[in-house]
Unconditional design. Structure first.
Length: 181
């Protein structure tokens, strides 16, 4: 995974649980990187899973809740640092529909070795979008949080319904997004 995800994860933990929790977490987890991340580096996603397991034990908060909240935070940070990815005048569903064709394409230009999830977009009408999520990593909760962050960024007027999807390999979920009045 890209180092930006790791550096933002540490910021998120510091913001939500305090700097002492970050230090305790890094000292307690046996991380191959030693917990030293750079935004442009690449790291094994199992390191975040190890830190999440630690946080679950230390705080009692469910891992899925933490990952969803982190996804929300991460979307906001991506908008701050890479706002150029949001085309002027584009609405929420148009933005989300372009995850593969615009956003991920731009990310791959910057980081050709990036291992991104895949989003298949289906747009039955102007007010509804289905995103079929596929990934080699168990981060559908992260995607859900990022989608919620996108809703808040654009207007806060949409409902996201997530459905589990069985898959032979990797991880999958379906997100149905409907604009609400």
């Amino acid at each position: 995974m890209r180092g930006l995800v790791f550096t933002e994860f540490l910021v998120f933990v510091e913001t939500t649980a305090g700097p002492d929790m970050v230090e305790t977490m890094l000292d307690s987890c046996d991380l191959p990187s030693g917990g030293a991340y750079t935004a442009v580096g690449t790291y094994d996603h199992h390191e975040i899973l190890n830190m999440l397991a630690f946080l679950n034990t230390a705080t009692g908060q469910a891992v899925s809740e933490m990952v969803t909240a982190f996804g929300y935070h991460l979307f906001g940070q991506l908008i701050i640092h890479h706002g150029e990815l949001v085309k002027t005048g584009v609405g929420l569903l148009d933005f989300l529909e372009g995850i593969e064709t615009h956003i991920h394409r731009e990310v791959r230009k910057l980081y050709p070795d990036a291992e991104l999830p895949f989003f298949e977009a289906i747009r039955p009408d102007k007010d509804h979008l289905t995103l079929n999520y596929h990934s080699a990593r168990p981060f559908a909760d992260l995607a859900h949080g990022m989608l919620s962050g996108a809703v808040a960024h654009f207007n806060g007027k949409a409902q996201i319904v997530r459905n589990s999807v069985a898959t032979q390999t990797g991880y999958a979920a379906q997100f149905n997004i409907a604009l609400t009045p």
